[in-house]
Write a protein that binds this ligand. Sequence first.
Ligand code: PMP
Length: 301
Amino acid sequence: MEISRKIWINDKFLNWDDANIHILTHTFHYGGGVFEGIRTYNTKKGPAVFRLPEHIDRLFYSASCLEMEIPFTKEKIKNAVLELIKINNLSECYIRPIVYFGYENMGLNPKGCPVDVGIATWPWGAYLGGREAIKVKISKYIRLHPKSIISDAKICGYYINSIFASLDAKKSGFDEALFLDFEGNIAEGPGENIFMVKDEKLFTPNSNSILKGFTRDTVINIAKDLNVEVEEKTITVEELKSADEIFFTGTAAEIQPIGTIDETIINRRKPGEITEKIKSIYQKIIHGEEDKYLKWLSFVK
Ligand code: PMP
């Protein structure tokens, strides 16, 4: 990875190589931490962070699910993100805030451990195929059961489910995995939400097993502006495989066309027309070229 100058930890800007943790950091062992993935894009008025307040709200919500008290205000974390991007002199980057239980006791219950906060930023390009339509495998692993976890929180340990699915998909020659939920319906990718187009209408799962992401919300807004009808509903494997177009959404993946689901070819393995239309408006929004959505940008001053 391309490194940056500084990493923010507990209100200090440390050199990249000095941003280390103790081996007995509680979160490192048991996954009880929370994080976010955010992106900064260049605009005519300089770098801007996309949907920063929403991401920080989700970070605090996820922390509250673990009864973690973040020792900083939301305002402080937002300002730290903006200042860090400036110090690292980045015009486009990925941002990773993480809140973790530090080193104090090793029992499973984290009570008594300090709550530490780190923020890293670095340049990070297309996460999946970018322009190409990718190959997706319906995973043999199902999405974590909503009664086993709090599905709408973004918690470090949940990602072991994603790691198993990704390893399996890559080993079988696919680019990415797709989870079904415990009822056998379409859920989401390891780090992405999914949409399908059928008869010029957009569909996305309303499953209670998924993280309903901000890119998903952005796409729903774009579709409404385009007068494309959107429906959040249960989607079966058969329905997905008969779609005209399919794409993933996520902060890292952005809008990623899908060309095959298992052995089923979608839209001749090409990005679909509606997908491309939504993608081009998404690009305009994140680069500050859509006045209506300037409200979603926090500028680095
Ligand atoms: N689902 C999961 C499991 C994720 O990790 C992510 C990435 N945060 C998403 C969906 C997409 O969320 P967002 O659009 O907010 O990045």
